[in-house]
Every structure is written in structure tokens, then in C-alpha cells.
Design a protein. Structure first.
Lengths: 124, 497
């Protein structure tokens, strides 16, 4: 296990980051901190994908000086997946931020528990 | 390849683009376009279903010009086409049943936005049903989440915004896990298409190497989809989201959105991992236990509830528990029962939500039980519909709920070791269902002479009443002639392999 862990330290780091982000998104009560957790979680997955697609000593899969050999480039699919993933994560972040603004304007706090308390007091 | 094979692609595309068109149309035209699209997609799915039943074979449709391991694909079999048809029927009924309440619930200027969201939701559901590519599935899971969130918060009350935030948080946790599981799966197998992954998974299991990462990936995907479909311990967002959004939204969310994720899970079990390999892992035991817990705790929360719509929402938690219990049995019969329950629950839950709004309308808009006393006399059709839905949920013969309970019981008897637990919990859950649903039915049929509320008759709400009658009929049809449906599900599952 030891040498494998060292050889794959990138994957290990991404798994740890994923857990940090996941826990933040789940347990923080402040909405902005939750959104930061979401971004850490998603970025950790992109790190994992990038790590998996990279082959040491090869270049990014963009043909510039006529080299078309497969051997010269890294696997392009994970990079494509990362791009798609970033688009998705940007849009959900935007949605969460807009919801946060709505809640803040209405309840003047970013604390989700506090908002729930106020809702209970309103009793509707 | 016949022209009909284009239909899955057409239906996804039509619903996606009609959303864009709706954004520039006035509210009335947007509504017409929305209805037309749902009906058209339903019609296409019905034709496709008949075609597939006659050929008896599923087909794969290339998206673009690249063959299997590289290109993106759509796959259609009997189960996919049947699900798409059913989703369209339920969506049409839900939209038509809640249409008269929409002006009260949503600001006039936002109506066309509402139809955009519904169309987007339909297209993402169809894509989840038809896709053969895991990453496409992930992207449409997110689209589904975003449009569902929009459907919750389009009614601008404090509660709905908070519910939407909670819904988003849980959903994002779920999709994060799903994506991570997917990436590990891609890492292990090197493929994104379901059929290719399945071949590689079989090789991995045969070689005996990398089994633990594989099981971790499967577990992550399962947990992700369980969170998104509100399996018992992850259901905290559900009552507010279903209880305070618009009627149509509540009906669509409870009967379609969570079912879309469950259907994706079924596809993953059959087409990505393989049914036998999935059943040999311990994951099914976990699903089984949480399913059983959901059946009991969901019903207990529903009994404590004093608000009719939140009560129906909690009942959904219990019914999702039933579906996961069927997965947990690990047999073909359990799976068939679960899929039948998806249909039966979707038909019943939308009926209950739509009927409940008729009852609260004649009780001064209040949803508390005390105000609902005698509501069934003030709105006769809603009362009848609510009673029919309740009877179906409890599991009275003639209604669809009875058949799904029967199928679950039959499936449970064949499973050694899980029979006793499932039968006992099934019994307890039925009694609990009866407690809260019959309590409500008795309440709405207790006559109250001096209620200050106005009655509503058939003449006031023709479209609404027609929708109620159609939903009751759908329920009864599922309950009376269940055998063809069960056969179709079996045939569809055979095509999955």
C-alpha cells in the first residue's frame, strides 16, 4: 500500500480534497462557505480526472507542428470531461449564489439554521 | 434502420428546443407549446413502444458519426420507451391539473419561465431514460437538478427558496458522489459507454484484480443516486420542497424527478455493472435496510404531520423506501416489483397532490386538517379522487397500489434470509399508510354544516375534474390489467442484458 500511495499521490490528494469539500458542503451552516465547499469538491474531481489523463513526458493534445503520432500526446478524453464538468459546476454555483442573494435580501443572514428558525417563527 | 428509430433523439431535441422557444413567447402561447410538446413526445414514445414490441429487439442509435467506443449513443428498448410514455402522461396530467392554480402561485410575468423549466425537465428526463453514455447521464442529471430547483423556487415565498437551497445542497452532494464514482469507473475501465463498461467490469471481476476500487465506484454511484432520489436518511429537503411549491411542481417532482434518478440507477445496475455482479456485492443489503427504514420512518413522520401536503410528501419517502427494498432483494422479481411501483407511485402521487389542492381550495386555502373537515362535500370530485388515491396507496384491490404490494410480497417469498424482514415491514408499513390516509379520508368526509367556505362543483372546474377522472382511470387500469404491464417490464429488463 505504501509505495502505491506515494506513486499515486495526486489521486490521494484529490480524494482528501473531495472529502474536505463534501464535508464543508454538508456541515457548514454559512451558505457562502457551503458554496466554497461545493467548488472544492468539484475541483477535486477535476484534479483526479486530470491526474488520470496525464501521461508523463507527453504534450497537451493540440496539433501544432504537424506531429500526429498518438504517442506524442496525453489522453484527451479526461480533459474534455473536465471542461464539461467545469461548465456544469459554474452553472450550479451561479444558481446557488443567486439563491443565496434571494435569501439574504429576505432574511438578512447567510446562516441556513437561522433562516429556518425565522421561517418557523413566521409559522407559514 | 427505420425512421421510427429517430424518435428518441427527436423527443429529446423537441423538448429541449421548445424550452428556448417558450422564452420569447407570451405566457398563453408558451403554455400551448408546452402542452403540445408533451403530447407529441408522448405520442412518439407510444409509437416507438409499439414498434419495439413488434420487433422484440432494442436498438442503438449513434449520436454523430463515430462508432461504439468513441461516439455517443442513445439506446431504446421496451422499458425505455414505456417509461418515456408514462413520464409524458403523468407530466401532462400534472400540468393540466395544476393549471388553474398557476396564476395565484406564480407572478404573471414569470409564466413563460415556468414552461421553459418544465420543458427542460422533460428533456433531461428523456435523456436520462434513453442515454447509453455515463457522462451524458451525469450532465443531464445536473440539468434535471437545476430545472427541478427552478420549479421549486418559481413560487416566491420564503419557504420555497429555503427548500430550493436545501434541495440543491443535497442534490449537489449526490451528484458529486455520482461524478466521483463515474471517474473512478472510467479510470478502471477506460470507457464511458454503458455496454463497453459492462464488458470491462466482467473482465475485472474475472481477473480478480482491482475489485475493491470497482466496488467503491459502484457504491459511490449508488449512494449519489440514493441521495438525489431522497432515500430515507437523505430526505430532509423533501417535505418543504414538495409541500410549498406550486401544485404542478409538487406533482412532477414527486412522481417524475426522483423516478428519473431511480431509473438511471436501474440502468446502471443492469447495463453498467451487470445484475449478477451487483447482487454479489454487499451494496444491496445496505439498500435493503435503508429501504425498510424509509418505509417505516417515512410513514411515522407522515402520521405526525398536521399539513396535508407535507403529509403526502412524507408518504413519498415511504414509497421510495419500497422501491429500494425491491432493489435490495436482489432478484428479478424484486426488480419487476420495484419498477411497477415506480409506475404505480407516480400515478397515485400526482393524483393525490392534485386532489389535495382541490380540497384546500374549498377550505379557505388552509392545509391544516382541522380546516379540511367536510371538504369532500364542498368539492365532491376532489374528495372522490383523494379517496381513490388513498385507497391505492394503502393497497386496496382494484387500484395499482395493491398490485405493487402483491408483487413485492411475492418477490419477498422467493428470497431466503430477507423474506421475514420484508414481509413484516411491508405489513407494518401498510397499516401505517392506512392510519394516515384513512384519517384524512374520514376527516374530509366528516360533515360540517356551518363551514364558512364556498363549494366548488363540476361546472366551475371542468378541466381540473377531467384530469382527476383521467388520473383515477390510469390508476384503476394499472390495477386491473396489471399483467400486460408486468410482462412488458419483464421483456424490457430482458432487453437490458
Amino acid at each position: 500500500m505504501g509505495p502505491n500511495l506515494l506513486a499515486n499521490y495526486g489521486e490521494a490528494v484529490s480524494a482528501i480534497l473531495f472529502c474536505i469539500g463534501f464535508t464543508n458542503l454538508l456541515l457548514q451552516t454559512n451558505l457562502i462557505k457551503k458554496i466554497i465547499g461545493l467548488n472544492i469538491m468539484d475541483s477535486a474531481i477535476y484534479l483526479f480526472l486530470a491526474e488520470k489523463g496525464y501521461i508523463a513526458g507527453r504534450a497537451a493534445p493540440i496539433v501544432v507542428d504537424g506531429v500526429t503520432s498518438v504517442e506524442a500526446y496525453i489522453n484527451p478524453i479526461p480533459s474534455g470531461l473536465v471542461l464539461t464538468g467545469i461548465v456544469v459546476s459554474v452553472s450550479v454555483t451561479a444558481l446557488m449564489l443567486s439563491l443565496t442573494i434571494r435569501l439574504y435580501l429576505r432574511y438578512h443572514t447567510l446562516d441556513l439554521d437561522e433562516i429556518s428558525m425565522q421561517l418557523k417563527r413566521e409559522g407559514k | 434502420m427505420d425512421f421510427i428509430c429517430n424518435f428518441p433523439f427527436f423527443s429529446i431535441l423537441i423538448s429541449l428546443f421548445s424550452g428556448t422557444i417558450c422564452s420569447v413567447l407570451p405566457a398563453k402561447a408558451a403554455k400551448a407549446v408546452n402542452r403540445l410538446v408533451i403530447a407529441a413526445v408522448g405520442l412518439m414514445s407510444a409509437v416507438l413502444l409499439l414498434y419495439l414490441l413488434s420487433t422484440g429487439e432494442s436498438f442503438i442509435y449513434w449520436m454523430g458519426h463515430f462508432p461504439a467506443p468513441w461516439g455517443n449513443e442513445i439506446r431504446a428498448g421496451v422499458l425505455e420507451a414505456g417509461m418515456a410514455l408514462f413520464f409524458c402522461v403523468i407530466m401532462y396530467l400534472s400540468m393540466a391539473g395544476g393549471a388553474h392554480k398557476l396564476p395565484d402561485e406564480v407572478v404573471e410575468s414569470k409564466h413563460s419561465l415556468y414552461y421553459i423549466l418544465v420543458n427542460l425537465l422533460l428533456s433531461s428526463l428523456l435523456a436520462l431514460v434513453y442515454t447509453n453514455d455515463m457522462f451524458t447521464a451525469y450532465v443531464f442529471v445536473e440539468i434535471n437538478t437545476i430545472s427541478a430547483c427552478g420549479l421549486i423556487m418559481i413560487r416566491q415565498v420564503g419557504r420555497t427558496i429555503e427548500a430550493a437551497v436545501r434541495y440543491m445542497i443535497m442534490s449537489l452532494l449526490g451528484s458529486g458522489l455520482l461524478l466521483f464514482g463515474l471517474c473512478i469507473m472510467y479510470d478502471l475501465t477506460g470507457h464511458l459507454l454503458m455496454s463497453n463498461i459492462k464488458e470491462s467490469v466482467a473482465l475485472i471481476m474475472a481477473n480478480g484484480e482491482y475489485q475493491i476500487p470497482l466496488i467503491v465506484a459502484v457504491a459511490l454511484m449508488c449512494i449519489g443516486l440514493c441521495i438525489k432520489s431522497a432515500l430515507f436518511p437523505f430526505h430532509a429537503w423533501l417535505p418543504d420542497a414538495y409541500g410549498y411549491s406550486t401544485v404542478s411542481s409538487a406533482a412532477i417532482l414527486s412522481s417524475l424527478v426522483s423516478k428519473g434518478y431511480i431509473f438511471l440507477l436501474i440502468k446502471i445496475i443492469y447495463r453498467v455493472i451487470g445484475f449478477d455482479i451487483f447482487n454479489s456485492t454487499r451494496i444491496i443489503d445496505v439498500l435493503f435496510v435503508f429501504g425498510l427504514m424509509g418505509m417505516i420512518f417515512g410513514s411515522l413522520s407522515a402520521i405526525k404531520e398536521n399539513d396535508i401536503r407535507r403529509m403526502i410528501a412524507f408518504s413519498s419517502v415511504a414509497q421510495i423506501g419500497y422501491i429500494y427494498m425491491g432493489f435490495g432483494m436482489g432478484t428479478q422479481a424484486g426488480m419487476v416489483a420495484s419498477i411497477f411501483h415506480i409506475l404505480s407511485h407516480a400515478a397515485t402521487k400526482s393524483l393525490l397532490f392534485i386532489a389535495a389542492i382541490g380540497l384546500t381550495d374549498v377550505s379557505g386555502g388552509s392545509r391544516k386538517f382541522i380546516d379540511l373537515t367536510g371538504a369532500a362535500y364542498r368539492n365532491k370530485w376532489a374528495g372522490v379522487a383523494f379517496t381513490a388515491g388513498s385507497l391505492s396507496m394503502v393497497g386496496i384491490p382494484l387500484f395499482s397500489g395493491f398490485i405493487s404490494k402483491l408483487l413485492f410480497a411475492q418477490a419477498a417469498v422467493q428470497v431466503e434470509g430477507k423474506m421475514l424482514a420484508s414481509l413484516i415491514v411491508l405489513g407494518i408499513s401498510t397499516v401505517l399508510n392506512a392510519v394516515y390516509f384513512m384519517k384524512t379520508v374520514i376527516r374530509i368526509y366528516t360533515s360540517e354544516q356551518d363551514a364558512p367556505y364556498k363549494s366548488i362543483t363540476f361546472r366551475d372546474r371542468k378541466a381540473y375534474t377531467v384530469v382527476l377522472v383521467c388520473s383515477i382511470l390510469l390508476n384503476v387500469i394499472l390495477g386491473v390489467s396489471s399483467q400486460p404491464v408486468v410482462d412488458m417490464i419483464g421483456q424490457g429488463l430482458a432487453m437490458f442484458a
